[in-house]
Design a protein around this ligand. Structure first.
Ligand code: HOZ
Length: 433
């Protein structure tokens, strides 16, 4: 294994730490969980990113899943360049917002009306407020290890960076903000049913990542989601699917398409903006009409629905809609990665478990056959994960720098990229030969 020369990245990081807390604008990027300094990225093209020292990597982070078409797809970038000349933000409505809203409602039958925001955090926070305003009830249920952005009432036992740094419940969040958040283990439907029936008169909503991907990829068991949908409906509790990661990723219509479930509200982001900052929340008309200016629940944003991100979003969705083979191709790439990894795991008898849904996957460093919840992820060998990550990086493979995150494949990844990745996995698991 060759050591990476990362002098320029290191110099950038030293400088960044002087002006930016921890040197980064989002914690998990700091690479702390994998015991090294972060790479500074110069550019991306297709399935690859290039660091400040000129190394090329096959990228499985893809801006945390946003870039399903790969980096700098000209079909997204060129029209955006055209839009930029006409102005970047007006703080007033534009026609293309209607186009994007309509596309979303066509792809997600559960969404009759939708509002655009600039980040998933805002969208999730607003969906919670809307649920409370609509039902007149206070409490919410979220699942341990699921992550719905960094707003106060949702930053309890959260996944992603919060779990990575061992502070799943952040300091600085008043207890009064979280006392109405009930935390339950994912995949345990008996517990969920018991609590919903008991708390139904106080419970505004249940928020869930239908396929959690912020504690690594966890697959919902049997009919966990179907039963969750039934028990929320029967007890007049709003069901919110956070599909920021799974939306347009596991299928064009997200996890709700795969499981044939219509949640009351849905949160979208990442792919929706094609690499630009945008997110959305939407759902049943009668709930969405509770939003200001028609209803009493306030929600707003200066850059919400800005023309640049909207243009990127429209073009990304149109490409996904027109090319119905894209999801077949992503599944084929995911499948070839899975079968290769499983062969290596069998041959080497290494204690790792692969979990995958389409182009979304995680390798868990565990002796268990499957990981079904946050407790299972917490038992993984984080030191082994960190060593594996470092070895993969030195072999030109850029994976998510935390056991508590997912990896992503884009349509620009080729069979040769998958082959190279598998060879790097084999050598990294086996140590250096
Ligand atoms: N919360 C994101 C991953 N699930 C990380 C965002 C970032 O660091 O860019």
């Amino acid at each position: 294994m060759k050591n990476l020369t990362v002098k320029k990245s290191k110099a950038c990081f030293d400088m960044a730490k002087k002006f930016i807390p921890g040197g980064v604008n989002s914690p998990v990027r700091a690479f702390k969980a994998v015991g090294m300094d972060p790479l500074f990225i110069e550019k991306g093209s297709g399935a690859y990113i290039y660091d400040a020292d000129g190394h090329r990597y096959i990228d499985y982070v893809l801006s945390w899943g946003a870039l399903i078409l790969g980096h700098a797809d000209p079909r997204v970038i060129k029209p955006v360049a055209g839009i930029l000349k006409k102005g970047t933000s007006f703080g007033a409505p534009t026609k293309k917002e209607i186009t994007l809203a309509r596309l979303i409602t066509e792809l997600y039958p559960s969404i009759e009306k939708v509002r655009l925001t600039s980040s998933g955090t805002e969208a999730a926070m607003s969906a919670i407020r809307l649920s409370r305003g609509y039902t007149g009830k206070q409490k919410i249920i979220k699942f341990e290890g699921c992550y719905h952005g960094a707003s106060d009432s949702l930053l309890v036992k959260a996944g992603s960076g919060a779990a990575t740094f061992g502070v799943p419940s952040s300091s600085g969040v008043n207890q009064s903000f979280t006392q109405d958040t009930i935390i339950l283990p994912f995949n345990n439907i008996d517990k969920v049913e018991e609590v919903i029936k008991r708390e139904k008169n106080n419970l505004a909503c249940v928020i869930v990542e239908p396929i959690p991907a912020n504690m690594g990829v966890i697959l919902p068991k049997d009919d966990f989601l179907k039963k969750l949908s039934k028990v929320t409906r029967e007890n007049k509790v709003i069901l919110i699917f956070d599909e920021v990661i799974t939306g347009f990723r596991v299928a064009l219509g997200g996890a709700q398409e795969i499981f044939s479930i219509r949640p009351d509200l849905t949160i979208l982001g990442k792919i929706l903006g094609g690499g630009f900052p945008i997110a959305a929340f939407g759902g049943k008309r009668e709930i969405m009409d509770f939003l200001s200016p028609d209803g009493p629940v306030y929600q707003a944003g200066t850059l919400s629905g800005n023309p640049v991100a909207v243009e990127a979003g429209i073009n990304t969705l149109k490409i996904l809609i027109r090319n119905n083979k894209i999801y077949e191709r992503l599944e084929a790439l995911g499948m070839s990665l899975e079968s290769g990894l499983k062969r290596i795991i069998r041959q080497t008898a290494f204690q790792v478990a692969l979990q995958r849904q389409g182009s979304l996957f995680t390798l868990f460093f565990t002796d268990r056959e499957e990981v079904a919840d946050y407790d299972g992820v917490s038992r993984c060998d984080l030191r082994k994960f960190a060593r594996f990550f470092q070895k993969m990086l030195s072999r030109g493979i850029y994976l998510a720098p935390s056991q508590f995150e997912a990896n992503f494949i884009s349509i620009k990844h080729s069979s040769a990229d998958i082959k190279k990745t598998l060879s790097a996995v084999e050598r990294s698991l086996n140590g250096d030969r």
